[in-house]
Design a protein around this ligand. Structure first.
Ligand SMILES: Cc1cc2nc3c(=O)[nH]c(=O)nc-3n(C[C@H](O)[C@H](O)[C@H](O)COP(=O)(O)OP(=O)(O)OC[C@H]3O[C@@H](n4cnc5c(N)ncnc54)[C@H](O)[C@@H]3O)c2cc1C
Length: 393
């Protein structure tokens, strides 16, 4: 936050220019609150120069001591979550640009059978922590393991999936080792100064921001599933496996999994990894419209998605929203019913292999991105499609 000196004359100029409502007047003096983003807009406005920005962060001792691009491989139900391979594929590009190693970090129980596949996505090295303590994700145990590995090997970059696990793990690690973290990146590259350019939507998705972490290492980012493309580079087990043993922390037993409840209907995991997605928009009109989508998705073994308008109308929960401010998907088949095709929806599903659209308006923009389009009332068309699917099952 900015600091306001005691010589404030209460002119209110800073309050008026603050774009975030972070300044207000109390007892005729300006005061700042936690909405301050350090944008600096208020500083030149002050006629008595009483506003100061915090001192710049001191550069890390030596960034060049940190080398290697790491991808954290999330384990789910005893297997590697596909987003891990997406991180490796992007990580390979970054590592090649930097001239550094690409390393996968695998924390789990009996994960060796997956090492050949991890290697095929270009990993030079696999840091493996193996044992029953790592069978299920546990915040204390996994964050301790990551922190110790990072301190020992000093990577320049660490990528995590933007999943429930990644979003829990990465901030803990970042806070503990005092580095930044950029969440939900949609683009990653390396600039001329060898810094990671972390691109993500900002201000509600209205602009794309490039975020740099020039003074600290490692640079850490989370990446949403289905945003980066998976690229198999080679067959076989070329990666060097480094078996690590890290004593459990004193906190290891603090959190225990007592029981598990898997909610099929609202499972985000199912949406971002589904091969078939039947999505509905405002045009589905009500929850019985969505019941048709559910019936079709069950017939095809898929998941139900929604546009933001449908979510706002309460037809589906927020974690079902496909698009810029929802989930990015890349299924084999995406069926968009009663969805107009706004750009914010399209960016979340355009990488699907085959897109089919059902819309009663022949001019709807969704028809510009679909492979097959049906002009008509989804409420009349879907029951016929469901009937055919049932017949052919
Ligand atoms: C910063 C920002 C982020 C956003 N993020 C997202 C996001 O992540 N995901 C997202 O989806 N949107 C997002 N939006 C909103 C987006 O701009 C659109 O408003 C939204 O996608 C529209 O949803 P829709 O297509 O369901 O509704 P509409 O645009 O209202 O379209 C409804 C469609 O249904 C058709 N229709 C009506 N009745 C029938 C029928 N009986 N049978 C067949 N078709 C019918 C109509 O012809 C129309 O094309 C975002 C917007 C902003 C500003």
């Amino acid at each position: 936050m900015i600091t306001i000196g005691s010589n404030c004359i209460g002119c209110t100029k800073c309050v008026r220019v603050c774009p975030f409502g972070a300044l207000s007047m109390v007892d005729k003096k300006a005061v700042v609150n936690s909405a301050c983003t350090l944008c600096g807009a208020c500083v030149p406005e002050c006629p008595v120069k009483c506003i100061s920005m915090p001192a710049k962060a001191t550069p890390a001792a030596d960034n060049s001591a940190y080398r290697g691009v790491w991808a954290f491989m999330e384990v789910i139900n005893g297997g590697i979550r596909p987003v891990g391979y997406e991180l490796l594929s992007k990580g390979r590009e970054l590592a090649d640009t930097l001239g550094e190693e690409l390393c996968a970090v695998v924390i789990g129980d009996n994960m060796t059978p997956f090492f050949a596949e991890i290697s095929s996505y270009g990993a030079d090295k696999i840091y493996s922590l193996n044992g029953p303590s790592y069978k299920e994700y546990n915040t204390d145990i996994f964050s301790h393991a990551m922190i110790e590995l990072i301190k020992k090997h000093k990577p320049s970059t660490v990528l995590y999936p933007s999943t429930y696990v990644g979003r829990d793990l990465a901030p803990r690690v970042a806070a503990e080792i005092h580095v930044g973290l950029t969440a939900d990146c949609t683009g990653l590259s390396v600039n001329a100064e060898r810094n990671l350019v972390q691109t993500r939507p900002a201000f509600g998705g209205n602009i794309m921001a490039d975020i740099l972490t020039p003074n600290h290492r490692p640079q850490m980012a989370t990446v949403r599933p289905n945003v980066m493309k998976k690229v198999v580079l080679r067959a076989g087990s070329n990666a060097v496996v480094v078996n690590e043993v890290i004593p459990l922390s004193a906190n290891a037993g603090r959190v225990k999994i007592l029981s598990k409840h898997i909610d099929d209907v609202h499972s985000l995991d199912k949406l971002d990894e589904a091969e078939v997605i039947i999505s509905g928009g405002r045009g589905m009109k009500n929850s019985s419209g969505f019941a048709l989508l559910k019936e079709l998705s069950e017939g095809l073994g898929g998941a139900v998605g929604a546009s933001r308008a449908a979510v706002d109308l309460g037809f589906m929960p927020k974690d079902r929203q496909v698009g810029q401010s929802g989930v990015t998907v890349r299924p084999k088949l995406y069926v968009a019913c009663g969805i107009s095709g706004a750009v914010q929806h399209i960016v979340g599903m355009e990488a699907s292999d085959t897109i089919i659209a059902v819309n009663k308006d022949p001019q709807a923009p969704i028809f510009n991105v679909c492979k097959f389009g049906i002009v008509g009332d989804a409420h009349q068309i879907l029951p016929r499609v469901i009937e055919e699917v049932k017949k052919n099952k």
